[in-house]
Design a protein around this ligand. Structure first.
Ligand code: 6GU
Length: 231
């Protein structure tokens, strides 16, 4: 899988060299390329923003550097998915992570300030033979820019790429894969600071363990995220 990131803070993405993603990167399973948006400006100040049309607070990212950056990154692209992280986007959830993991080429366009001139998104979406476009939000809160959101999406999708996670079974039984929250986990010792591991988990009765875990999932989801059950 190839992943391109366009940002004015390329140094943010140095953490991608750490942990599982770092290993996948080193082994060539994932080819991540981070680009500085300012490399696609032509003025002395390397300007990437300007005042909003129609007035108002803040600054908007100019379309020209984005256009050139996307032209470069999407040269000879075919099945790319271009992601614009934005709090105004569709909610990023596990099914979208699965869809991104299946794309051969992802491009993350990290906006700052009040966002990117909307024509950049419109123009990219007008070439579906080159790339599909998705505006995606992490949740209902505001970050200063798309970088942290892109990182979360890269990790969520990257770990679903075959060969990425050591034990593929660990991908199956986890929060959100079946639409429910995960059951609680325990390890040894059986008693710690007077607190017991639920005895059923030590019973060796696999059917009883599976039933208990399911019950815990439903319980937790009902308590913490009832909307996931359609309630
Ligand atoms: Cl994707 N971007 C920004 N700037 N803020 C967010 C977000 C994204 N998702 C939630 N808040």
């Amino acid at each position: 899988m190839r992943i391109d990131v366009v940002t004015i803070f390329p140094e943010f993405f140095s953490v991608l060299d750490v942990s599982l993603l770092g290993k996948a990167r080193a082994s060539g399973l994932i080819d991540i390329r981070v680009h500085d948006l300012r490399e696609f400006t032509h003025d002395r100040h390397r300007t990437v923003d300007d005042t909003p049309a129609g007035g108002g607070a803040g600054m908007v990212m100019k379309p020209e550097p984005w256009g050139e950056a996307l032209d470069a990154v999407l040269a000879d692209a075919a099945d790319a998915v271009v992601v614009f992280p934005t709090p105004a986007g569709e909610l990023f959830r596990q099914p979208i992570a699965r869809a991104l993991a299946e794309a051969p080429h992802l491009v993350f366009c990290c906006g700052r300030y009040e966002g990117i001139d909307q024509r950049v998104i419109e123009h990219t979406a007008s070439r579906p033979e080159v790339a599909a476009v998705r505006e995606l939000s992490l949740g209902d809160y505001v970050l200063n820019g798309g970088e942290v959101a892109a990182m979360a999406m890269i990790e969520a999708a990257g770990r679903l790429v075959p060969g990425m996670v050591g034990n593929p079974d660990s991908l199956v039984e986890e929060s959100h894969e079946d639409g429910l929250l995960e059951y609680p986990s325990y390890t040894k010792p059986a008693v710690w600071r007077g607190l017991e591991t639920p005895p059923v988990l030590l019973s060796g009765n696999h059917a009883a363990i599976a039933a208990w875990r399911r019950e815990q999932q439903l319980d937790r989801t009902r308590r913490i995220r009832p909307e996931l059950l359609g309630d």
